[in-house]
Design a protein around this ligand. Structure first.
Ligand code: AKG
Length: 324
């Protein structure tokens, strides 16, 4: 059940009487209109993060033992159905440890203002960015230059209850939702400090304004942190990238059309984060409607990507986060 509904009475009181909570709601919607994202000033509970992280780390070694051998992979290449799913999702076992996120007053308040009081968690999972030293040499060679290095295809089936990345080019989270309106947001939580070396997420602030666009995106680097972004007839923008480094408990949410990505993990240890997708409820009005009313491009797409072959393997090469 939605924690806000469970706690409906006191949240109603909070919304009416607590000025700070009210101004957070306004800040979140206004940040989404302008930047397509909101970064929380206050970090989530550090102890909650540490406890969850320890339990995640206890489930496996984050090293080469995660992966199939090249011969095992080649005997039966599977590129689809390799992400966590109901019945194979580590967070299902750790549900009791997620209260520090899902019942955090600032998260609840932000979600309520953007998505309505009956917002829905559509998906939640652990995401791991694997460091170079944990990748077998054969795999590094095979994925070199692929734009979306989701490693699920190469991971042993028993470890596919987490999503593993080795960098991912700028994309919109709408990419996985053909024909769905951009009425959902992504919430990311860092469970330990993330520096420039730990594959921090890169966010192109304001990119959501051009609406849904087919991956890969028309981006050209114009300066060390600046990009020109075009979405066909829907327009062109000059954007600044924000590198989301942060301490334990760092939390950020972004619009389904906000471009973001990550470089391969340059540290010698993995980055472990939480990723939620949370959707609009049935409420008559929600902040996301005001955000979407400002988009210059479409709020949904019949086709979201053209980088994959029919079997789900990469058919296009190149990665602008990496190469510019
Ligand atoms: O955590 C990462 O490295 C990338 C994840 C990402 O971009 C996503 O899950 O949409």
């Amino acid at each position: 059940m939605n924690p806000l509904v469970e706690r409906g009475t006191d949240m109603n009181a909070l919304a009416k009487t607590d000025y700070a909570a009210w101004s957070l709601s306004e800040a979140v919607v206004s940040d989404f209109v302008r930047k397509g994202a909101h970064i929380f000033d206050e970090r989530l509970d550090e102890h909650g993060c540490a406890e969850l992280l320890a339990q995640i780390r206890a489930t496996r070694r984050f090293d080469e033992s995660l992966f199939l051998s090249e011969a095992e992979f080649d005997a039966n290449p599977q590129h689809v159905g390799v992400n966590p799913r109901p019945g194979r999702n580590l967070l299902e076992r750790l549900e009791a440890k997620l209260g520090f996120v899902e019942r955090s007053p600032q998260i609840v308040e932000a979600l309520w203002s953007l998505l309505g009081p009956d917002y829905r968690i559509l998906d939640k999972k652990v995401v791991c960015d694997v460091p170079a030293r944990s990748l077998p040499a054969w795999l590094k060679r095979r994925i070199h230059g692929d734009p979306v290095n989701n490693l699920g295809a190469y991971v042993r089936p028993e470890h596919r209850d987490i999503t593993y990345f080795y960098g991912i080019d700028f994309h919109q989270d709408l990419i996985d939702y053909k024909d769905r309106e951009a009425d959902f947001i992504t919430l990311y939580v860092y469970l330990h400090p993330v520096t420039e070396q730990d594959a921090p997420l890169y966010l192109l602030e304001g990119s959501h304004r051009l609406g849904g666009a087919v991956f890969p995106h028309d981006l050209k680097r114009t300066g060390p942190d600046c990009w020109r972004y075009r979405n066909g007839r829907h327009g062109e923008m000059y954007l600044t990238q924000r590198v989301l480094t942060g301490e334990t408990g760092f939390a950020a949410m972004w619009h389904a059309c906000a471009l973001h990505g990550a470089q391969p993990d340059a540290a010698d240890h993995e980055r472990i984060s939480l990723r939620y997708l949370i959707g609009r409820g049935e409420a008559a009005a929600a902040g996301i409607d005001a955000v979407n009313a400002t988009l210059a491009g479409p709020a949904s797409l019949a086709d979201t990507r053209k980088d994959l072959a029919a079997d789900g393997s990469a058919q296009l090469r190149g990665n602008v986060v990496l190469e510019g």
